[in-house]
Design a protein. Structure first.
Length: 217
């Protein structure tokens, strides 16, 4: 198969497996989505979904969050890891939203990425899942699978994102990035598949015998 043919197969297969793509992180609006995505760095969605109800019971809007002591935020989000850094970022970005954006989450990559604790991937998730703007957030699952399926030669998540955006139609980005994540968690896991075991890996590369070494993203 050519790269284009592999991409077409991936789209068809994932659409059959995951016709619906519910957003994994529980949230109520763009602000709570932003905080949930920030908390998900180096933490599972399941753990974040256990923590955020407690956090949002205390504060679910920028004004309320900015009024909380950092120590109180940190105590709540500690199970998510990196609590000192994340709690400071949550408090600071809440204040910035009040001061510069009228208490609203801005709908632009530039404004989002200027907020404390918000990198390109977090901004991409918020733009895609919160505002419906085309984006292709690349996490470790997508980076791993894109390499196993030879859809990219990217040495990091940034290069992988660039390659996938060129390969797939813009209108498919938002749904497809979730479909790949779902498949990576369920079938083509870091340890459960090495590029030769899962259904898509076998279909794309039936003669492959050697494991695929994933370049760290």
């Amino acid at each position: 198969m050519t790269k284009s043919e592999r991409a077409d197969y991936v789209v068809r297969k994932l659409e059959s497996l995951y016709p619906e793509t519910p957003i994994p992180l529980q949230h109520e609006d763009t602000f709570t989505l932003l905080l949930a995505v920030l908390l998900s760095a180096q933490c599972t969605d399941e753990r974040v979904n256990q923590v955020t109800p407690k956090l949002f019971a205390k504060a679910r809007a920028p004004a309320e969050m900015a009024a909380l002591p950092v120590s109180e935020i940190e105590a709540i989000i500690r199970p998510c890891g990196l609590a000192p850094r994340k709690s400071r970022a949550i408090r600071e970005l809440s204040g910035i939203l009040l001061e510069k954006h009228g208490g609203e989450v801005p709908a632009s990559f530039e404004a989002l990425e200027s907020l404390p604790g918000v990198g390109h991937k977090t901004a991409s998730v918020v733009m895609a899942q919160g505002f419906g703007e085309p984006a292709f957030p690349v996490d470790t699952h997508i980076h791993r699978l894109a390499q196993r399926w030879k859809l990219t030669s990217g040495r990091n998540v940034g290069e992988t994102e660039r390659d996938l955006k060129k390969l797939f139609p813009r209108e498919k980005w938002n749904k497809l990035h979730l479909q790949i994540i779902f498949y990576g968690r369920e079938h083509c896991t870091a340890r459960g598949c090495d590029g030769t075991r899962c259904e898509i890996c076998r279909a794309l590369f039936p003669k492959r015998r050697r494991r695929v070494e994933t370049r760290k993203g």
